[in-house]
Each structure stands twice: as structure tokens, then as C-alpha cells.
Design a protein around this ligand. Structure first.
Ligand code: DHB
Ligand code: FE
Length: 282
């Protein structure tokens, strides 16, 4: 059976792509952000997952407001990136893991999740930037991917409770996959941020730190909140923390428990509180 070796989570602010492109990693504004990543890069170099299952939210590249699935799972052999208008370089294509995609899709449908299956799917900055941060020396991350899109862009959003169940079911699908590959799960988004409206620039450090702590020892903590409560606490785009919840829920299906490899929290990049987390299964 496949091995679920751990979970990673990272913010995905488009300006990161610009900073990498311009080589600004040591710039005083950027240094505390980029300094978080080497321990995670080292863990990945040591543990070498074959496949990364990526919980992320598309921001209008593949799905626009006219058609917005709550949950969509990629089932493509190749995923292309494209220009989203942020002025950052378009990254090369990623290789899919089609067999695992269908393993996950079949399991989710059997568990009553009504998902959209995507045999063609463009992946946006939320998919590409964390992979670039995790493998900075590779043109393309040396993993196959299975992207899973969770709508946090247009209401109504799935509840945290529902996202937790989705993540758990994805973890079950990985754990029962008949393969000798090593799989890691990854979340892209958050932490607290609000890009527009009266509260633009809103950041809630106390909430973020409590959420980060819950990821280790009490993963269901955030499921007590409704989506509107999450918007109030974390900002309109801070609801991207639902990706972290799905990633963490997937790990609960892997067996015993998790051990923290590394975390980082830095305020702000752009309008966003940045978070980074790496957990390994034990
Ligand atoms: C920013 C953050 C995001 O999550 C995003 O998708 C786009 C922009 C920002 O902080 O600039
Ligand atoms: Fe975002």
C-alpha cells in the first residue's frame, strides 16, 4: 500500500513569485519569510515523496465566478500554469498521477462527496508557488501531483466540518492506494488576510497562532466555527486556512499521529500573515 509520509502547508502570495524571479530572497523585507523554508526543503530532500496531493483554491484561472465547484479533483496527466495577470513568470507544466487521482475520486464519490472531476485543469499561483518554495533549485518540482480545489472564493463555501471530512476521506483513499509510492499532502493558502473592503490589511496574529498550534495536537479545533465566523476571525481570504484543515485531516487517516518538523509565521507579506508548517506521520 502507498505510504502517507507527511503534510506541508504554505501561504501562496503572488508577490513571492516576483521576489523569486528578481532574486530578492536576502532583501530585508523578504529574508524572514524565505528563512522559514530551508528546514522543509531539507525534509523533502531526505524523504523524497513521489506524489504530492495539493489542497488549494483556484483564484479565477481555471474556474471563474460563473462556474464554481465546491470541490474539484484533478485527473490529468499534465497540469499547465498560465498568466493570471500578477506579472509573475508562468511556470512549466507539472506531471499528474492519474491512477491516484481516480483512486481519490472513486473513494470520495463512494463516501457521498459530489465532486467535479477535471481531466484538464490549469493550476494557478496557489499550486505553483509553494512547490517553488519547497524545491527552489528545480525548474519543476520533482513530484507528480494531484490537485484538489476547494472553493474559498465565492459564497457559499463548504463548512470547516465538511472540509475536515473531505480531507479525512482523501487520506483514506491515499492509505488504501495499491502502490508502493510515497505520498505527501500539501495545503496552500492563508493565514489571516483580507485583500479588499473596509478591513483590507486585516491580520489576526492571536487567531493564527492558535490555529497553528491546533494543527499539531487538536486538528478539529477550527471546525467549531462557521465560515462567517472564520471570515470575522481570519479575514475574507483568510478562509484559505480550510486547505490546512483538509491537509491535516488527511494525515489522521495515516495511522498513529504526527510530529512537527518545522513551522514559521511572519507578518506581513503583502497584506497577508504568512504561515509555513511541515508535519510528518509517526
Ligand atoms: C495575496 C494573497 C493571496 O492569498 C492571493 O491569492 C493573492 C494575493 C496578497 O496578499 O497579495
Ligand atoms: Fe489566495
Amino acid at each position: 500500500m502507498a505510504q502517507l509520509i507527511g503534510g506541508l502547508a504554505s501561504s501562496h502570495i503572488p508577490a513571492i513569485g516576483g521576489a523569486i524571479h528578481k532574486g530578492l530572497q536576502a532583501d530585508p523585507y523578504w529574508a524572514p519569510f524565505f528563512a522559514g523554508y530551508p528546514p522543509v526543503q531539507k525534509w523533502l530532500a531526505e524523504h523524497k515523496p513521489d506524489v504530492m496531493v495539493i489542497f488549494y483554491n483556484d483564484h479565477g484561472l481555471n474556474f471563474f465566478l460563473d462556474k464554481m465547484p465546491t470541490f474539484a479533483v484533478g485527473a490529468a496527466a499534465r497540469y499547465d500554469n498560465a498568466d493570471e495577470g500578477w506579472g509573475i513568470p508562468t511556470l512549466p507544466s507539472f506531471q499528474g498521477e492519474v491512477d491516484l487521482s481516480w483512486q481519490i475520486i472513486n473513494h470520495l464519490v463512494a463516501k457521498d462527496f459530489d465532486i467535479v472531476t477535471c481531466q484538464e485543469m490549469l493550476v494557478d499561483h496557489a499550486c505553483t508557488l509553494p512547490l517553488k518554495l519547497f524545491w527552489p533549485d528545480h525548474e519543476v518540482a520533482p513530484v507528480q501531483i494531484v490537485p484538489i480545489n476547494i472553493n474559498t472564493v465565492q459564497f457559499p463555501l463548504p463548512t470547516a466540518k465538511r472540509v475536515y471530512k473531505l480531507g479525512k476521506a482523501v487520506g483514506e483513499a491515499i492509505a488504501s492506494w495499491n502502490s508502493d509510492k510515497k505520498v505527501a499532502v500539501m495545503a496552500s493558502g492563508g493565514l489571516s488576510h483580507q485583500l479588499d473592503g473596509e478591513r483590507a490589511g486585516f491580520i489576526n496574529k492571536a487567531f493564527d497562532l492558535q490555529f497553528l498550534a491546533s494543527m499539531e495536537s487538536n486538528p478539529e479545533w477550527v471546525t467549531q466555527f462557521s465560515d462567517l465566523e472564520l471570515v470575522e476571525k481570519a479575514g475574507t481570504q483568510g478562509v484559505e486556512l480550510l486547505m490546512w484543515l483538509a491537509m491535516r485531516a488527511a494525515l489522521t487517516s495515516a495511522g498513529a499521529g504526527v510530529r512537527k518538523v518545522h513551522s514559521n509565521y511572519h507578518i506581513p507579506i503583502s497584506n497577508t500573515a504568512t504561515g509555513l508548517l511541515a508535519l510528518e506521520t509517526v
